[in-house]
Design a protein around this ligand. Structure first.
Ligand code: ATP
Ligand code: MG
Length: 502
């Protein structure tokens, strides 16, 4: 390993945004033919560092060598010409172009797309999607694709670029276990061809499974680089968060009260069928299953984004007609969507407006917004969820991915809803903060709120929920009480019976 040829030598890389240093003096070597994990807490500087390698950001100081020669990665195009491809944490695409054009765009000279015959574009795109085991129509436009498929397009675009360095910034978050396997197989194949991969993830088991070496960032500094096999997990965590991990222990099961939400025979053809359950005050109910099982569709229907075609919803014992989100909000429902970049964020607005956006009544009791109240609520959220920022006035897009997520979570937690629906709330949140977040959910339940938690992370469902419903192919396949729940039972119920991929 030590003698492996170096593809990249980064030296003294620093980056400031508006006078705040977010990366300090990073030295890092990347070998040809390795998969290198980059890990660290939310806001540690991982995305910023790889964006510098990919020409998205210019470093304030520092230099980069590629195969021994100094390079200037002044733009994403320059990176593309050098053979550096970045799979973004938040998929970026041209929504009006077809999937195929979005994929082929990644190739050298991809800007000259208009000269490539359409049939070739389609055939090439299809080939990459086949490699990834994705069966969507590549001639359809990008917009409207699920985030899993948007992520697949990002990956296909990187593959199409035939790059020497492929950077994957949290690529697995929205993928099913099967899709993750496929991605890992491709990553290993690329490595065996001598390419270099940077892999960013908050899931340490993925790092363990896939990566050869790992680098830990903390607070914008390079803390350690080691071979994955030689470093134990608790050491990784200690280096990442600078302390021992707080173990999450659910304080106690809240006393479960009256029915908060009752759903019967809810059906939306093509998405879900005959969904029935009751959720009571003080209860945390999990909704498990694989990505694509229809859980998000159910949540969207409950919140009136795309209402069900038939079936009944009762809130607090009364028949509820939820045709649009305002209907749901009036009834005391709140929904934290999985696609926060698409639905949750007012990107150019300050963090504090984003945090308080759903509680106009609380910050403007007299009809006029009180700056002091707005500050107070947002400052408390920032403390409770350890949101890292330079100032509450900062546009939210300037926060790291995980911190944007925490801000949107905070927004809905502040509404103290009767029924809180969370769709993959901890995706992209580092392990140091998860325990705090679980505590907040527990407190809400204890205060008599009803919580519906959609999560693909089994340990999360198992430790947090009073009851777990499992969905597969649009139907509920199991209902498992807390004391009978285990990994096998949930997995078994989550696997589609028909064998037809959703
Ligand atoms: N365009 C920007 N303007 C100002 N600050 C920024 C900008 N981009 C990133 N930052 C800041 O840089 C720091 C590092 O962010 P970065 O996105 O690199 O973190 P990360 O390690 O990728 O975190 P996560 O795990 O949450 O994705 C954060 O404090 C963030 O707020
Ligand atoms: Mg990031």
């Amino acid at each position: 390993m030590v003698d492996a040829p170096k593809l990249i030598e980064a030296r003294g890389i620093s980056k400031q945004f508006g006078g705040v240093e977010v990366l300090s003096d990073i030295d890092l070597d990347l070998h040809a033919g390795e998969i290198h994990a980059l890990i660290g807490e939310n806001g540690a500087g991982k995305s910023t560092f790889v964006k510098i390698l990919a020409g998205v950001h210019t470093p304030t100081r520092g230099s980069i060598k590629m195969n021994g020669d100094a390079v200037n990665v002044t733009s994403p195009i320059a990176a593309q010409e050098l053979g550096i491809a970045l799979i973004h944490q938040e998929p970026v695409s041209f929504p009006d172009l077809s999937v195929a054009e979005n994929i082929v765009m990644g190739r050298k000279g991809g800007g000259l797309l208009s000269r490539v015959p359409w049939a070739t574009i389609i055939a090439d795109a299809r080939r990459y999607m086949d490699m990834l085991g994705v069966s969507i129509d590549v001639t359809r436009p990008m917009h409207g694709l699920s985030i899993a498929n948007q992520q697949m397009v990002e990956i296909a675009r990187a593959l199409a670029s035939d790059s020497r360095l492929i950077i994957m910034d949290e690529p697995t978050a929205p993928l099913t276990p099967r899709e993750v396997d496929t991605l890992f197989a491709i990553a290993r194949q690329l490595r065996d061809e001598g390419r270099t991969i940077i892999f960013i993830s908050h899931r340490l088991e993925e790092v363990r499974m896939l990566c050869d070496r790992l680098t830990i960032f903390r607070d914008g500094s390079h803390i350690a680089t080691q071979t994955v096999a030689s470093i134990p997990e608790d050491e990784i965590i200690r280096l990442m968060i600078g302390r021992e991990l707080k173990k999450y222990m659910r304080k106690h099961t809240a006393s479960i009260g009256e029915t908060a939400l009752e759903v019967s025979g809810l059906t939306l053809p093509g998405a879900f069928e005959d969904i029935s359950f009751t959720l009571r005050k003080g209860e945390i109910m999990g909704l498990g299953g694989l990505v694509g099982a229809g859980r998000t569709d159910v949540a969207r229907a409950l919140f009136g984004i795309e209402p069900a075609k038939s079936g009944k919803i009762k809130v607090g014992g009364r028949d509820a007609k939820i045709q649009r989100p305002p209907d749901a909000i009036d009834l005391g429902l709140a929904f934290v969507p999985e696609d926060r970049a698409g639905h949750g964020i007012f990107g150019t607005l300050p963090v504090e407006h984003n945090i308080t956006a759903a509680i106009p009544g609380k910050i403007a009791p007299s009809g006029v917004i009180s700056r002091a109240l707005e500050r107070g609520f947002s400052r408390k959220s920032v403390d409770d969820l350890s949101i890292r920022l330079a100032s509450l006035n900062q546009p939210i897009v300037e926060l790291s991915g995980g911190n944007q997520q925490k801000a949107i979570l905070a927004r809905w937690l502040l509404t103290e809803p009767e029924v809180l629906i969370l769709d993959e709330p901890t995706r992209g949140i580092d392990i140091g903060v998860k325990a705090e977040f679980y505590d907040m959910i527990g407190d809400l339940a204890e205060a008599g709120r009803a919580i519906l938690l959609i999560s693909s992370e089994l340990p999360e469902l198992l430790s947090l929920c009073d009851r777990i419903l499992v969905m597969a192919e649009g139907r509920i396949t199991a209902e498992i009480p807390r004391d009978e729940a285990n990994q096998e039972k949930v997995m078994q119920a989550a696997v589609p019976r028909s064998g037809i991929a959703a």
